[in-house]
Design a protein around this ligand. Sequence first.
Ligand SMILES: [Fe+2]
Length: 303
Amino acid sequence: MPIPTPAISADPSPFDLDDDTAYRAWRQRKLSLSHPPAAVEIDDLANLHDDERRSLLRECAQRNVALFRVRRVAADIEQTLQAFGCAMGLLGIDQNLCAEDSGVTAITVKATATDHVYIPYTSRPLGWHTDGYYNAGTQQIRAWLLYCEQPAAEGGANELLDHEIAYIRVRDENPEWIRALMADDAFTIPSNTEGGEQIRPDHAGPVFSIAPFDGALHMRYSARQRNVIWKDDRTTRDAAAFLLDLFRRGDDHIFRYRLAAGEGLISNNILHRRDGFRDAPEQGRKRLIYRARYFQRLPRPEE
Ligand SMILES: [Fe+2]
């Protein structure tokens, strides 16, 4: 059965600051989405059915995230997640500094071989961010998926916020803040040095940008105060402070969810954070989440 394309992608662009009519119509549709998303049941992750795929893509077209629950657990989960990503139309998996060969990374508490502690691999909380905010402009992460093999004994819930909702909150408060956050030098991640060797140069870029190939909104953000340099002008600083305050205040579109074993999220790299957690490995309860990241967004559902 053909799936109608959700009317969220509008032409003219809702992200055109000079077109308030397009923005208002799109904004109303976005804010009216019921909340939170329902889980899409998946029979077998390694053999995605067409209707399951369409349900996931439809959710992502509307909210930029879909929650899924797998009935049949795959034997080789990393290979299965790779195949799942491909079946969803995602190619070009990101090989990050810590990824294993498949490009699927096991996020779990692990000892590090370097001096640098990567918080994702500890039980500590993770602040609001989009993935790959430290990447160069040409290597932006536009989608990711998470799959929970095993939750922690306690804690480890995620909070998620569609970055298009964050855009709406900022634009409603002050459209000039959007203009400031779209500047090419709005937000700089300083270089990363390990053992005296530079493994990443400085990366300056916008917080909000519009992908030229599909007109989609992309967000590059970290709420960290260290290792992030905001452009030193009043408008940018005010916009950054507003965003930080938005996360402190909370928002009724923030979706809080603790993934159970066999559940996952697939997303157009929306904003997210993680609670700290406690493992109990002696009881077989050591948090293990698999993650894959991609350089392109999820495709829109077929007409
Ligand atoms: Fe993340």
